[in-house]
Ligand binder design. Structure first.
Ligand code: FMN
Length: 254
């Protein structure tokens, strides 16, 4: 089931090549055939992006299959997946990565994903991020506008975060379609071991943070708090409250 029911790996003895099908792949378009001929950062980002978006939902199976593979002690000269470059130099490295990625993977990163019409929610996101960094100098903080950035890049960032903050203005007693799309895709990925909360600007009813929180719980996140909302474009006092909120979020997710 990695990632279709009929997916099979084939091992060619003698030549010692594992044809791993979808496992260990990347959606990496390059004219170089082998892993040692490409920029390593690009390769590992693409391999992680592929894992997060395609394989992660089957992590229990990935973990079992990788352990089964390692238990066979097969001599391995090369792993040839059906997508992306072939793992010729140190093929064990991608097997080791799959072991890490398949066990509730996280790095010391907090990711903020938001949408905005007139920058009110963006200003909140920036103030919350400032607060997080005031409270914790070590943590990596990244901000993404869900309506502008590549959705699969955003999901990869969520995959390697320990906590996420999702923000949207309230629109028609609901929230933005870009955030709805990200939340629906996130639900499908079955991310584990991650904390979350919601935020957003509003004009009169302010439903978005509560609704986003419900989606985050459904997607398997542990809620840190009930979220924060600010009326219209945040003034200095509101921005200060967002910074305090960010500090508290950083401490509760440290
Ligand atoms: C089409 C539209 C629908 C809206 N619906 C609501 C609503 O149902 N409830 C509410 O509290 N605010 C509503 N608002 C107000 C916005 O939430 C408010 O202007 C907010 O500050 C926008 O934040 P932003 O600049 O991050 O987009 C609506 C605004 C627009 C343009």
């Amino acid at each position: 089931m990695l990632h279709w029911p009929d997916t099979m790996m084939t091992y060619l003895s003698g030549d010692e090549i594992l044809f791993s099908n979808d496992v260990f792949g990347q959606h990496f378009a390059t004219e170089s055939l082998y892993n040692d001929l490409v920029k390593q950062d690009d390769l590992m980002w693409e391999a992680e992006k592929y894992y997060a978006n395609i394989i992660n939902m089957y992590s229990p199976m990935a973990n079992r299959k990788v352990k089964e593979l390692m238990g066979m002690n097969l001599p391995l000269k090369m792993i040839c997946p059906s997508h992306g470059v072939m793992w010729k130099k140190n093929p064990q490295q991608i097997i080791d990565k799959y072991l890490e990625w398949s066990q509730g993977y996280q790095e010391n990163q907090i990711t903020l994903v938001y949408d905005t019409m007139w920058n009110a929610t963006r200003k909140m996101a920036e103030a919350i991020a400032e607060g997080i960094l005031e409270a914790d100098k070590e943590v990596t903080v990244k901000l993404f506008n869900a309506a502008k950035e590549d959705k699969n890049d955003i999901l990869t960032e969520l995959f390697h975060s320990k906590a996420v903050l999702v923000g949207s203005p309230t629109i028609n007693y609901g929230f933005s379609y870009a955030i709805a799309g990200i939340l629906e895709m996130t639900r499908g990925l079955k991310l584990k071991n991650k904390k979350a909360a919601a935020f957003g600007s509003y004009g009169w009813s302010g439903d978005a943070p509560k609704m986003i929180s419900e989606h985050l719980v459904e997607a398997g996140f542990e809620l840190v708090n009930d979220g924060i909302k600010m009326l219209w474009v945040p003034d200095e006092a509101a921005l200060a409250a967002c910074r305090e909120y960010g500090k508290d979020f950083a401490l509760k997710t440290k």
